[in-house]
Design a protein around this ligand. Sequence first.
Ligand SMILES: [Mn+2]
Length: 365
Amino acid sequence: MHGFLLLGSPLDALECPPYLKMKKEFLLKQAFNMLTKPAPQTPYQYLAPILAERHSSLKLYGEVDVEEWLKPKPVLGGQPVLSQLTMDSLRNFIDSGGCKAHVEEVKKKALDILNSKEHPFLIGVDHSATGGVLEALSEHYGPEDLAVIVLDYHCDFRPVSLMKKLIEYSLEKRGSHVELPPRPESYNVGSFLLHLLEDGVITHENLLIAGVRDYPPKSLKDSRDPRLKEYFQFFEEMTRLGVKVIKHAETPTGLKEAVRELPGSKLYISLDSDVGVLASLPATRLAYFLGSEVKAPGLSEEALHQCSSVLASLVKEKELVGMDVMELDIYLLSDPSSSAGATTVKNLMMFFNNLLTISSQGKPS
Ligand SMILES: [Mn+2]
């Protein structure tokens, strides 16, 4: 019987000014000795022991190395983390392929786990790290047999150039006409699935994304603005190629039918915690986009519960070979003065408990 080894990815390279400000404040508090206990530093350090204590099939593996300034809670030490932590350095990290380099490290650990006849269960921040586990699983089982279900507020297959046009459009709507500088088509939190598809790591038919809030409405089809038209057409093309996208309003009902269409017999489940933003999973990084991007809450507790039941019945038919929970926010997760952490942990336990219970029952090993 396979168990799951909990692997941590602490990469946190979010380009979001309010989030960056909070991280800098965290460092300043350390500099002025206003923090007595900076631990736990990452979602893995917080969540992995809780999950392992609950389930005998879960064991701790450890975390992938990441430079201090790229961790969610950097610790002041020998490195100049405070001066490194700027929007410019984050942009340089992403544009120069930093996320992809991290993915290679995640892949090595995931392969090590698979070679020891166990399965990877990734706990992390930047969703792009999921790609490392998927690369390892794809090498191990083959892309044709690997079904991937992602619960996410966003479809993380968006090209950088397309997002640039959308941001320019929304800035224009708010009265400022700016042309953003072009950026390379990097492997990042919003584009990693596109890279996995283009590189043949996963197949379009084997990819299902549910809980989605960024699917363009049909009204954009005939938009007079070419950028919006392009956005709509890009998403249509992805579904035409076989990617199954279940919008927020159709989740979990649509999920139940869509999972039947996945050809692969091995199953990977990726839970981007932002799928429950302002609702079942409030301790997510997306919470820092409040007031700008996020206007609508993610999945309710009930909807998330129903999703986990649908997935649990699927685990009776397909072999669950890997899972993850990503985009967790350690500040909210471990903040005793807020209910966000407790709500998130409770609903994560419920979600994975359903899957692990079924997964450990009578599966041929
Ligand atoms: Mn995501």
